[in-house]
Ligand binder design. Sequence first.
Ligand code: ZN
Length: 188
Amino acid sequence: MSTEATLLERCDSKCELCAAQSSLSPYVVAPHTQITVDHAIMLCATCSSQIEQPETMDANHWRCLNDSMWSQVAPVQVMAWRQLKRLSATESWAQDLLDMMYMDEDLQKWAEIGMNDDEDKPRDVNGVELKKGDDITVIKDLPVKGSSMVIKQGTAVRGINLTDDPKHIQGKVNGQTMYIIAEYCRKK
Ligand SMILES: [Zn+2]
């Protein structure tokens, strides 16, 4: 089954935050960038547009978090926490819900990453920031665009460089400089 089909089955064709049954699309919970079952949630257009443009946020719409914050799905919990955190600046009910919410320590860390202003920094598969000069291991086979070459899972890359795009880092593989998706790296 495709990732999207798995997600649709998980959410029972309802928005995972507000339960609307309108058109749904997968939303990747930052700092992750790839649609996977563990990192993406299915959202309606209302939820996703208000998340992407927080200045258009309608506080009443987000009363739905009262239910979705109890979801068993990790990325849903993370997104519910972030939205409540944003709303709590002006809405006391959001602060009350935040106080009731319980998340595992790992999820709490993930949720907080997205709330900082450093979303423009490349992060590895575990959300650890990647810096110039770090050594990393590639965690899955990566085809190289425009060639038949594959960077094999387990390839070690020493002394990476950063790029303008936080989704990619740069490193030397077999003597050639390559762009590598940051999320497919693990920092050594
Ligand atoms: Zn929704």
